[in-house]
Design a protein around this ligand. Structure first.
Ligand SMILES: Cc1cc2nc3c(=O)[nH]c(=O)nc-3n(C[C@H](O)[C@H](O)[C@H](O)COP(=O)(O)O)c2cc1C
Length: 199
């Protein structure tokens, strides 16, 4: 696809087919996305890809995190069980969960730059995937900030920041576009001197 078409036709996908994407195809996408811009060549992106049986523990840890956050606190045992089963089934209906994380640079400015580079990497993944007919939902759910969850997936919350989980698979349904606002009031072109010095 032409790049403009990939950018404008890409949609966030919420509903996936129960079919894995070939691992080699996904690996190719995660490798190719690494051409994202990166200040100081830090290449701060890292990926943990949960799929097949690996999704089960991931889903359990997400549920435990929801529980710690008090998500089920106001429900009785039966309702809580139903909600947990629903969330688990939903998570297991998504073929691939790619958790993207970076190291926390102690310098705030460098950390912001690294996060920006990781977002560029994520958008590269989304666009490369879309070009192959693969759908992605970029998610930033609260459990990504839960220190216990971060430790349980084998990271150190004081050293690592999970940036997103990309839910991935072949789309079952492609939503209609959410139209974007015209840039006409957002783009300023400055092509004349603009500092008016007092005489
Ligand atoms: C940083 C970031 C976080 C997002 N987190 C979520 C999320 O947690 N859940 C969700 O449904 N969509 C999430 N999205 C996707 C947006 O909802 C989506 O891009 C927006 O609705 C426009 O739809 P489109 O991508 O199909 O054009 C996120 C997007 C970004 C950039």
């Amino acid at each position: 696809m032409e790049i403009r078409k990939v950018i404008s036709s890409r949609r966030s996908i919420h509903d996936f087919k129960a079919e894995n994407v070939d691992e080699s195809k996904l690996i190719d996408i995660f490798f190719a996305a690494a051409w994202a811009p990166t200040h100081r060549m830090k290449e701060p992106w890292n990926v943990k890809l949960y799929q097949d049986e690996g999704r089960k523990d991931y889903a359990e840890l997400v549920l435990e995190s929801y529980e710690r956050a008090g998500f089920f606190a106001s429900y009785n045992q039966e309702k809580k069980q139903k909600m947990c089963d629903g969330i688990r089934d939903f998570l297991l209906s998504i073929p691939h969960h790619a958790l993207i994380y970076l190291e926390r640079d102690q310098d705030k400015h460098k950390f912001e730059e690294d996060y920006a580079a990781v977002c560029a990497y994520i958008q590269n993944v989304q666009l490369l995937a879309w070009d192959e007919g693969i759908g992605v939902l970029w998610t930033t759910s609260p459990y990504l900030k839960d220190e216990k969850f971060i430790a349980q997936i084998g990271l150190d919350p004081s050293l690592h920041k999970p940036a997103a989980v990309l839910q991935m698979g072949y789309p079952n349904r492609i939503p209609s576009p959410k139209e974007r606002t015209s840039m006409k009031n957002k783009l300023q072109i400055i092509n004349e001197p603009f500092i008016h010095k007092k005489s």
